[in-house]
Unconditional design. Sequence first.
Length: 156
Amino acid sequence: MTRRSRTRRTAKHPLHGIDRMVRNVETGRFERSLSGLTAVGSLVTAGEIYFEHDKASFGDPWMWAPVILGPVGAAAGIAGVFNRRAAKTLLPIAAATIVANGLQGTYLHARGITQKPGGWHNLRYNLEMGPPLLAPLLVTMVGGMGLLAAILRREK
């Protein structure tokens, strides 16, 4: 198939669905989008975490860490959208810190369930009434998006 016929063929049959996403990854368009999604995700999760930790009266000083890292991740994500250097240096540092904090939060939430009456033997009740065990993994996913954005090729 010649180059001209390939061009004509793609013009007749535009890419849809997964083919379009793969094309965006190949051309580098997806890197900037993922940086922006990391920024938005960081702010949304930081806001949600603030309200949840406020209900617990910020009883542990570590409860402030994900709230503080939210704006840091947002700033790094926004910088990554507009600046290639920030996307390859600042964003992965902020994202790796968010991932580490999410893993730490999972450990701290598991420890909190252990400290509830009945601990792991009363798991159903303690999962509903205690610290949400899987919520910190959502923060980890936001950090993971930032790490992925830093790894991907950037459009020229």
